[in-house]
Design a protein around this ligand. Structure first.
Ligand code: PRP
Length: 180
């Protein structure tokens, strides 16, 4: 069982759904009448995105962007590249960026600057998890689900070497799986 590879479960499936329902209701209220373009940053945010937009009772469009930083599985090098770009223009659109986690903040800083440069009417960020202890860029999400400690979290989209994304909750990976 995947859960056996975890030293602890940080956020249960029930807690995740409760958090996402609240975020969705808040966003729907803030964006009603604005027909926002909701952008999922692949791959980590796919499950959050899928649940979040279904909790938003307002008109919206969805799109996807795959952004990656160079580096190994522990540290990004700070260089951000776009692996897949949006299918449409963001010009004059109210954009909501959906992230699974903000760690150093490098990915987000790059994407926010890019979408502002492309003349979006507004750019806001919603993240399921926030790990403020690791921040290197002065950037914060506008909507935060759950703040997490500086531990190796996986599940609900977050991976270790591409595994564990399908764990339905957020867990802390046992060190024996990533230590040599
Ligand atoms: C992860 C995560 C965020 C980013 C956060 O993506 O989904 O996009 O890192 O880290 P940062 O704040 O230090 O930039 P990753 O590049 O690992 O790709 P993935 O979502 O496909 O796993």
């Amino acid at each position: 069982m995947l859960k056996n590879d975890m030293s602890e479960i940080l956020v249960s499936e029930e807690q995740l759904q409760e958090t996402i329902k609240k975020l969705g209701a808040t966003l729907a209220e803030d964006y009603r009448g604005k027909d926002p373009l909701v952008i999922c940053i692949l791959k980590g945010a796919i499950f959050f995105m899928a649940d979040l937009v279904r909790a938003m009772d307002c008109n919206l469009e969805i799109d996807f962007m795959d952004v990656s930083s160079y580096g190994n599985e522990f540290e990004s090098s700070g260089e951000v590249r776009i692996l897949k770009d949006l299918g449409q223009s963001v010009k004059d659109r109210h954009v909501i960026i959906v992230e699974d986690i903000i760690d150093t903040g490098r990915t987000l800083k790059h994407v926010v600057e890019l979408l502002k440069h492309r003349q979006a009417a507004s750019v806001k960020v919603v993240t399921l998890l926030d790990k403020p202890e690791r921040r290197e860029e002065a950037i914060e999400a506008d909507y935060v689900g759950i703040e997490v400690p500086n531990k190796f979290v996986v599940g609900y989209g977050l991976d270790f070497k591409q595994f564990y994304r399908n764990l339905p909750c957020i867990g802390v990976l046992k060190p024996e799986f990533y230590e040599n």
